[in-house]
Write a new protein. Structure first.
Length: 115
């Protein structure tokens, strides 16, 4: 009887472990930066791009999504950081961070769309 109880607890533990691992994998996969595109559902990136677009700091068209990371990065190189207000600087830094993160994520993959 004791062996059956131990087996049941062990199998319940394995099921719980599998369920938690599966959930973690789904969450990690949903925040993928290995794509050449900023996803249309990425509201945070969309917001920060729109802040810089509305202020006239970037000229990149932002009405069509997804947007390529290389285009975002190219637009940021034209921005004069000294002329940004606090809100624009916050958006600029965020976009620099995510483009850098996207570049690192794909650097192990043979791709050169973020030079």
């Amino acid at each position: 009887m004791l062996k059956i109880v131990k087996r049941r607890k062990h199998s319940e533990h394995l099921i719980r472990l599998f369920r938690n691992s599966s959930l973690a994998l789904v969450l990690l996969a949903s925040t993928s930066y290995g794509d050449p595109w900023a996803n249309a559902g990425d509201e945070r990136t969309r917001f920060h791009i729109q802040v810089l677009k509305d202020s006239g700091k970037i000229r990149q068209p932002v009405s069509t999504w997804p947007i390529m990371w290389v285009e975002v990065e190219a637009s940021l190189t034209d921005v004069d950081v000294k002329m940004l207000n606090r809100r624009e600087l916050w958006s600029y830094r965020y976009l620099k961070h995510v483009t850098s993160r996207a570049k690192r994520a794909i650097s192990g993959v043979k791709s050169g769309y973020l030079a």
